[in-house]
Design a protein around this ligand. Structure first.
Ligand SMILES: [Zn+2]
Length: 88
């Protein structure tokens, strides 16, 4: 069974299917400086969490290699990764 984050889940299934990883819920459960590791079948392996100011951040891992650093989280970034994965 494939697992999807809430952004990819919405692309795949609209709002009819409850996402395996609800990014909003995950974020609200985290303390500043904490990150959550998840494997989404859409956008891939990501580390998602809060920086020390409490802002949402994300780090993508591609082919086992993490990107150099965390970047501010945005839905558009996830969509970009989803589209990259689909086009491979
Ligand atoms: Zn995803």
């Amino acid at each position: 069974m494939a697992d999807f984050c809430s952004v990819c889940n919405e692309i795949m299934f609209g709002d009819k299917v409850v996402p395996d990883y609800d990014l909003t819920t995950i974020l609200s459960d985290l303390q500043p400086g904490q990150v959550y590791h998840l494997l989404c079948e859409g956008c891939g392996m990501i580390y998602y969490g809060k920086d020390y100011q409490g802002q949402p951040i994300v780090l993508f891992v591609k082919d086992g290699k993490p990107e150099p650093d965390f970047v501010p989280f945005s839905k558009e970034l996830i969509i970009e990764k989803f589209n990259e994965a689909v086009n491979e």
